[in-house]
Design a protein around this ligand. Structure first.
Ligand code: HEM
Ligand code: HEM
Ligand code: SF4
Ligand code: SF4
Length: 436
């Protein structure tokens, strides 16, 4: 029988959706049975006490978790988030319930051997509960005691060659789409760049010195499989210059029905015969495509690189040959202000090892934000407060039409006195030309 009765939580197990309550109960039962004879280093009933305390919170309609608490491992300022409850006598299994952030492998590629190695550490030294993966992209290991932290860190680094991730006011664990390892759309090697940036900025990752958290995300193309545009202070999104490559024979094969649109995805329903006008040409957001029944044309200078046409007819259309990335700045979830998407900062940056062009933008942005950003202000908020013109100035990026979100709505480009030969005017000179 369960250690605590949880009638309120049990409501969450009803209905067609998956439930974390079922998951935590399953883990509680697995720990109690202990088929593998694990030498648990924290209370065996941690999962039961987690359910118990949550039930009590629901009943009391207030939280029984204390606010904050700083814990960590020697030499690092982040990677562990401290949690303590205020009813440890009643729920000793969750007297401490610290979260450990673990840097995920590149492209989230795991072998079963590696995964088992990780879980063996966590079963023994933590609750066994994980969230794979958090929205940051790292593994989130939920619930352990302070005494276990150094042990976990030692075993992770020495046995598994794996590091902690970021937490607190530092660079959070960078994350990327799997890019060129599997995806033909990738405009740069996301895994190589993410790895290089993780290594380069170890200090920023482990030693919080920023006004607030800072996220990097790497998408190989504008399809945005890690949603860099919505979720990272600096978003690195693959793009190309020049023309989308068109294979007119393959276009004809799509029109004739020999090739399946969307590479055969969405096939669970009969959508009728493929209609290139309805499904591709008319859906182009900039209306830069045309098809006369024989030849597909694209006016490439108007193309937004939205990927729609390429996704629909991947065998006929390919991204252009000159590839690189664009850097966008300022996305965040609602914290002080509302949620915000990134704005275009650097329209095209070549991606070549050792990635100096990319690092230059990053370091200029940090230098400015660390100076000007208020405590707990995300880059996107600093940008809004001081204006987009400022970040263009500190990164030495020339303003251009692609920086304008809505014409006449974000006039952030101001002339300075020296650009116009000073503001001082001689009123008498002026009046000679302009009568009162
Ligand atoms: C009315 C119901 C719910 C609301 C209003 C809600 C709202 C939210 C919001 C605002 C976020 C943050 C999104 C972001 O800015 O990144 C979020 C994230 C999330 N939600 Fe919910 N949610 C609801 C129900 C659920 C349920 C039932 C589950 C799971 C059983 C769930 C699991 C998650 C997870 C795993 C995340 C991502 C956490 C992270 O990795 O940061 N949510 N939810
Ligand atoms: C089974 C229990 C829990 C689950 C599944 C869970 C899951 C998560 C996930 C997925 C994230 C986002 C990680 C990311 O950005 O990658 C997160 C962050 C967070 N969780 Fe939990 N969590 C749990 C328990 C708790 C508890 C008990 C507390 C508080 C006492 C807590 C407080 C927080 C806070 C404050 C953050 C944001 C930290 C930051 O990014 O600054 N969580 N949690
Ligand atoms: S973001 Fe683009 S390159 Fe990366 S996996 Fe998705 S479709 Fe492929
Ligand atoms: S990528 Fe998007 S904007 Fe560019 S031609 Fe295709 S549909 Fe149009």
């Amino acid at each position: 029988m369960a250690k605590h009765q949880t009638p309120l939580l049990d409501e969450l197990t009803k209905g067609p959706w998956p439930s974390f309550v079922d998951d935590v109960k399953a883990e509680a039962a697995r720990r109690a049975a202990n088929k593998d004879g694990v030498e648990y280093q924290i209370p065996v009933d941690v999962c039961e006490d987690l359910l118990g305390i949550l039930e009590l919170c629901y009943k009391d309609k207030e939280t029984h978790w204390k606010h904050g608490g700083i814990v960590g491992v020697f030499g690092y300022g982040g990677g562990v988030i401290g949690r303590y409850c205020d009813v440890p006598k009643q729920f000793p299994g969750v007297a401490h319930f610290h979260t450990v952030r673990v840097n995920q492998p590149g492209g989230k590629y795991y072998t079963t051997e590696y995964l088992r190695g990780l879980i063996d550490i966590w079963d023994m030294r933590g609750s066994g509960l994980t969230n794979m993966h958090g929205s940051t992209g790292d593994m989130v290991w939920l619930g352990t005691f302070t005494e276990q932290l150094e042990e976990i860190f030692y075993e992770l680094t020495h046995k598994m060659n794996t590091d902690l991730g970021g937490s607190g006011s530092n660079l959070r664990t960078p994350a990327e789409c799997l890019g060129m390892s599997r995806c033909e759309y990738a405009c740069y090697d996301t895994m190589a760049l993410c790895y290089a940036m993780t290594q380069e900025y170890q200090d920023e990752l482990h030693r919080p010195a920023f006004p607030y958290k800072f996220k990097f995300k790497f998408d190989g193309c504008p399809n945005g499989c890690v949603a860099a545009l919505a979720r990272s202070d600096l978003s690195f999104v693959g793009t190309w210059k020049g023309a989308i490559k068109i294979d007119q024979k393959a276009v004809a094969a799509y029109v004739g029905g020999e090739l399946k649109p969307n590479a055969g995805a969405h096939a669970s329903r009969d959508w009728g015969k493929f209609d290139i006008m309805k499904e591709v040409v008319d859906l182009c957001p900039t209306k830069c495509m045309s098809y006369d029944g024989k030849t597909l044309k694209i006016d490439d200078k108007e193309c937004y690189r939205c990927m729609h046409c390429i996704n629909t007819m991947p065998a006929a259309l390919r991204v252009g040959d000159e590839k690189g990335l664009c850097i966008l700045a300022g996305a965040k979830a609602p914290i002080l202000d509302g949620a915000q998407m990134s704005s275009l900062l650097a329209p095209f940056v070549p991606v070549e090892e050792p990635f100096d062009e990319v690092k230059e933008v990053v370091e200029n942005v940090w230098e400015w934000w660390m100076e000007e950003g208020k405590n707990r202000e995300r880059l996107g908020e600093t940008l809004k407060r001081l204006g987009f013109g400022k970040i263009l100035e500190v990164t030495n990026i020339t303003p251009d039409a692609r920086h304008v979100q809505h014409p006449r709505e974000n006039p952030y480009i101001f002339w300075t006195a020296d650009e116009v030969g000073g503001w001082d005017r001689d009123i008498k000179e002026y009046r000679k030309r302009h009568a009162r």
